[in-house]
Write a protein that binds this ligand. Structure first.
Ligand SMILES: Cc1cc2nc3c(=O)[nH]c(=O)nc-3n(C[C@H](O)[C@H](O)[C@H](O)COP(=O)(O)OP(=O)(O)OC[C@H]3O[C@@H](n4cnc5c(N)ncnc54)[C@H](O)[C@@H]3O)c2cc1C
Length: 294
């Protein structure tokens, strides 16, 4: 199907972008990398007359890290740049891994983390690690800015709490404590090329005796939205992991999911894989945290 006709706008700064988004809020769309948007336009899934590109807005592609403030990923930062950023690789290995194993080289060179989050697919690969890192998104509109924790962002498959006149400006991720570890594992039928059938992310912080003081686990592709696993997290807090605890915590992750049968996997397979991947993720997080090299 040919791409439908639309007017392409290239604002030179955020104010211009906000004006355009306000003007065309009923029949316009924002474009970052276009890797989700353009296929949808070509498939005739959207009635869009104006496309507002963020690609000429200066500074949006910045990735910055400070020990005190943590990580800020600008809405224009490409998946490939996040995957290879030395600070992301060092302090947020689960996110770096997600950005390096998802999709294809071409898609990772074009696609952005912000686009992945706004698209709000249940299988969004960056969503689970960002949930585990307790990330928040910064949404901006003409009247001001708001910070929304990612736990409150997704509202259904392809749905989120953004207003039509808002632009996601950045994603903010807190700095991890010294003795912490994190990981992301995903399964798909055809390796990177295919969307994940299951994704599991984790984050553990330890005290000096190796006791878990904080645990966060998040799942993708096994429920209408990416989600955290509070029951499993509570089970891990205050404990030192042993094989029985890992099995029980992974089983609690399985209870958190609401998978469906689809072309990528059956619900039963997804549940089994959550059990396996969650156990591995917790183990991996613990080992990294014990080394204290987060
Ligand atoms: C072949 C292929 C393989 C893929 N594989 C994967 C995969 O393995 N895992 C995965 O998770 N995804 C995958 N995707 C989906 C897609 O590539 C990612 O979701 C990507 O991160 C989207 O980013 P983008 O910048 O291209 O978003 P765009 O397509 O530009 O935008 C996506 C949506 O977000 C909106 N948007 C974008 N940026 C903003 C902003 N700053 N503020 C407000 N709204 C905004 C757009 O209007 C649009 O609705 C794949 C896509 C293709 C085509």
């Amino acid at each position: 199907m040919p791409t439908p006709r639309f007017t392409f706008h290239q604002p030179q700064n955020l104010e211009q972008a906000l004006d355009l988004v306000g003007m065309y809020r009923t029949n316009g769309k924002i474009l970052a990398g276009g890797t989700d948007l353009v296929p949808k336009l070509r498939a005739g899934l959207m009635d869009v007359h104006h496309v507002v590109s963020l690609n000429r807005v200066p500074g949006l592609n910045r990735i910055t890290f400070h020990e005190d403030d943590g990580l800020v990923i600008g809405a224009g930062a490409r998946l490939a740049d996040v995957a290879l950023n030395p600070e992301v690789m060092k302090h947020y290995p689960g996110l770096a891994h997600a950005c390096s194993v998802m999709a294809t080289t071409q898609i990772r060179n074009m696609g952005t983390v912000a686009g992945n989050i706004v698209n709000s697919a249940p299988s969004a690969d960056t969503a689970a690690p960002l949930l585990a890192y307790k990330a928040a998104v910064i949404l901006v509109e003409r009247g001001g800015r708001r910070h929304v924790p990612l736990t409150e962002f997704f509202s259904g498959p392809g749905l989120n709490v953004m207003e039509p006149m808002e632009i996601m400006e950045a994603i903010r991720v807190p700095s991890p404590p010294r003795r912490s570890g994190s990981a992301y594992l995903r399964l798909s039928a055809r390796s990177k090329v295919d969307i994940a059938a299951v994704g599991v992310a984790g984050f553990l912080a330890l005290d000096m005796d190796g006791v878990i003081i904080e645990a966060r686990l998040a799942l993708a592709a096994v429920a209408p939205t990416p989600l955290r696993c509070p029951e499993a997290e509570a089970m891990l807090a205050g404990q030192k992991p042993d094989p029985q605890l890992l099995t029980r915590a992974a089983a609690a992750c399985v209870r958190a999911c609401r998978p469906i049968d689809d072309v990528r996997a059956t619900a039963a397979y997804r549940r089994k894989m959550v059990q396996v991947l969650a156990g591995r993720v917790i183990e991996q997080c613990y080992q990294t945290a014990e080394r204290g090299d987060a």
